[in-house]
Design a protein around this ligand. Structure first.
Ligand code: AMP
Length: 213
């Protein structure tokens, strides 16, 4: 029987975590959990959590630890996580990682997808997201089969936090708050590094190797 995968994907915004999370999710039939997507959905639905998170997201700052820890606690308690999961965008701070430990979650793999900041700044301009179903695309690297529309038929939009000034802020936040997690997981012997490649297939192959090798 295949081993259970409880994977954390680390990496700067735009490094390709979401895309790899989707590919791995399909291959191993385990859910990909994106705190960013959960928060964006809450904002769109106008929930209390969404309203409190909106200003943080829009300025490129992190949503407070207790909010995202609560989101993950609820999500990991759902039955589809029993046979493994992929965390895309959580944890993003050392206290969030410590909270996972405290919950008794036993992570099996941590992969950091590394892409230089300059390349990320260039890439982010092409990102598109479907407002209706949340599917993500890239005009150059992962175009929608339906042109400027999502396969579900809805319009594709640019995330407001993909604005270049906000991206620069998000990168700074990443280096300051999230990069220390590499040491945190290296000390546990879980960290593997994948150099993000120009071609999606190449990054996918390296990520596979990190997971299976
Ligand atoms: P993402 O879609 O992962 O790039 O997340 C978009 C935004 O959601 C981030 O810039 C943060 O404002 C917020 N966010 C997502 N995950 C977290 C997290 N684990 N901790 C704090 N804020 C988060």
């Amino acid at each position: 029987m295949a081993r259970i995968i409880k994977l954390i994907l680390l990496g700067a915004p735009g490094a390709g975590k979401g895309t790899q999370a989707e590919i791995i999710s399909e291959k191993y039939a385990i859910p990909a959990i994106s705190t960013g997507a959960i928060i964006r959905e809450a904002i769109q639905n106008g929930t209390e959590m969404g309203l409190s998170a909106k200003s943080y997201i829009e300025s490129g700052a992190l949503v407070p630890d207790e909010v995202v820890i609560g989101i993950i606690k609820d999500r990991l308690a759902q039955s589809d996580c029993e046979n493994g999961f992929i965390l895309d965008g959580f944890p993003r701070t050392v206290p969030q990682a410590a909270a996972l430990d405290k919950m008794g979650v036993e992570i099996t793999d941590v992969i950091s997808i590394e892409v230089p900041d300059e390349r990320i700044l260039k890439r982010m301009g092409g990102r598109r997201v479907c407002k209706k179903c949340g599917a993500t695309f890239h005009t150059e690297y992962k175009p929608s089969p339906n042109g400027d529309k999502c396969p579900c038929g809805a319009e594709l939009t640019i995330r407001s936090d993909d604005d270049p000034a906000v991206v620069a802020q998000r990168l700074e936040t990443y280096h300051e708050m999230t990069e220390p997690l590499k040491d945190f997981y290296a000390q546990k012997g879980l960290l593997k590094i994948v150099e993000g490649q120009e071609e999606l297939e190449d990054t996918t192959a390296l990520t596979q190797k990190a997971l299976e090798g």
